[in-house]
Design a binder for this molecule. Structure first.
Ligand code: FRU
Length: 492
């Protein structure tokens, strides 16, 4: 059956309770991982794990949307439906520039590489599109990769490796990542594996990515491997995403850090299964994650749709005192939806200060703040406040920790572990801490110290909780600068 989504469009969409206004969500029903992200002929494609008949996870399809600026999205019909090889699990898409697959008559086109999930059996399949992703042809030779000995065998991320003139696939296989090579995207040869002993194994490995980035402004480069880990009841954090930094020679990934070094992409609870766009111009590397957590993803209190993506984030590497680390900043295109602006400079905030932000109420807000530490032991923002509710985004000076406290953020009745406070270590730089925040209808995203640490959390406050406050505890903190913007909806 082909589902016509056009009749789902109505003026009531995108104004529902909790509906994000500047984050990607499907018009209706269930979404999880971002898939098949590729830039081609002026369009950023975003496919996603989609269940079109329900707001809970079910037989997976690939939903589809395109954008010219990564911010405003046009919904397109479902791209891939479950077929004889199974449901369509996560995967990637590439531009076949040289027609190595032979699908494009010497021209170019898009090839999607994804997991076919047939009950417990997982294999890799491909499909191709000759019309900019609008329609897809399933390759008759599917599946293109299988291993009968593996049950968890999924989420292929494919890229072209210039130096070795090969397609490279990274695939999650239970407790490690396998690397396969191909000349034509149809035949894949095993090259190596990585990770049985490395990083976090507090959940099954899923959704890998592998790409190279320059270190800061230098001409040195490093390879980054991203690996998500699934929810496990033993761990309150639920599903999370880690990364490794190292070298890749076209066959093998070598970790620069000891096996017990664990690097997290995000220290919040709701940024999972994120990967990056293929074929973006120059060195641009843009990441987007699924803004939820398998611990409670199926039971969050939204009705018409379920789940959103994070903001698209530009990735880079920076040298820190701990070593080379991934840095994330929201894509600069987000500035195009800024509206009213309020600005302050060089003020001291103490526990008796009157709330500077009393007039800045709202649900769609961006805040850029720079603080200089002084005698305050804690400072930060209370967002989405009312007499009953607040979410605190703060900095604990003594512990040198950024935190989000969503214990009183709103509805948390759906899961006992949702109401919580969690932290990330953030060292002041030159005695200063910078916070860049985005509040949408049901989420907060924090980029600290130019994106060296990020925290992404869902919240479900009541519609009336719109207050915003700046606070300091135990002394004063210097507010070097503060900018607050109201943001436009991307759906109107
Ligand atoms: C990650 C994941 C993937 C899988 C997909 C199924 O969230 O479990 O490993 O392909 O979701 O929807």
């Amino acid at each position: 059956m082909v589902l016509d989504q056009s009749n789902l469009l109505s003026s009531e969409k995108y104004i529902e309770n909790y509906r994000p206004q500047f984050h990607f969500t499907p018009e209706s029903n269930w979404m999880n991982d971002p898939n098949g992200m590729v830039y081609y002929e002026g369009e950023y494609h975003l496919f996603y794990q989609y269940h079109p008949y329900s707001t809970v996870w079910g037989p997976m399809h690939w939903g589809h949307a395109v954008s010219k600026d990564l911010i405003h999205w046009e919904h397109l019909p479902i791209a891939l439906y479950p077929d004889a090889n199974g449901a369509i699990f996560s995967g990637s898409a590439v531009v076949d520039w040289k027609d190595s697959s032979g699908f494009f008559n010497g021209g170019t086109g898009l090839v999607a590489i994804f997991t076919s999930a047939d009950g417990p059996k997982q294999t890799q399949s491909i499909a191709y599109s000759t019309d900019k992703g609008r329609t897809w042809n399933i390759y008759e030779g599917n599946p293109v990769l299988m291993d009968e000995n593996c049950l968890d065998f999924r989420d292929p991320k494919v890229f072209w490796h210039q130096k070795s003139n090969k397609w490279i696939m990274v695939l999650a296989v239970g407790d490690h990542v396998r690397i396969y090579l191909s000349d034509d995207l149809k035949t894949w040869d095993f090259a190596s594996e990585f990770g049985r002993e490395a990083g976090s194994h507090e959940g099954v490995w899923e959704c890998p990515d592998l790409f190279e980035l320059p270190i800061g402004e230098t001409d040195k480069k490093k390879w980054i491997m991203i690996v998500s880990i699934g929810n496990d009841d033993a761990h309150p954090e639920g599903s999370r995403t880690q990364y490794f930094i190292g070298e890749f020679d076209g066959k093998t990934f070598v970790n620069d850090n000891p096996n017990d070094t664990i690097l997290w992409v995000d220290y919040g609870r709701d940024n999972y299964a994120g990967v990056t766009w293929s074929d973006t111009l120059g060195e641009r590397r843009v990441f987007i994650g699924w803004m939820s957590n398998w611990k409670y993803a199926n039971i969050t209190p939204t009705k018409e749709w379920r789940s959103a993506m994070t903001l698209p984030r530009e990735l880079s590497l920076s040298s820190t005192s701990d070593g080379i680390r991934l840095t994330q900043t929201p894509v600069k295109e987000i500035e195009s939806i800024r509206t009213e602006k309020s600005k302050w400079k060089n003020l001291f905030i103490d526990p008796n200060s009157k709330n500077l932000l009393a007039d800045c109420k709202g649900k769609e807000i961006e805040i850029l703040a720079e603080f200089e530490l002084n005698s305050a032991t804690e400072f930060g923002f209370e967002v989405r406040t009312s007499s009953e509710e607040k979410t605190i985004i703060g900095y604990d000076v003594t512990e040198q920790e950024l935190f989000i406290d969503r214990q009183r953020s709103g509805d948390s009745s759906f899961h006992p572990l949702f109401a919580c406070r969690h932290t990330a270590r953030v060292e002041p730089e030159g005695n200063r801490v910078k916070l860049h925040l985005f509040l949408d209808w049901s989420s907060v995203e924090v980029f600290a110290n130019s994106g060296k640490t990020t925290m992404t959390d869902l919240i479900f406050p009541s519609s009336e909780s719109e207050g915003l406050a700046l606070f300091a505890v135990g002394g004063d903190v210097k507010l070097v600068s503060l900018e607050v913007y109201h943001l436009n909806s991307i759906w109107k």
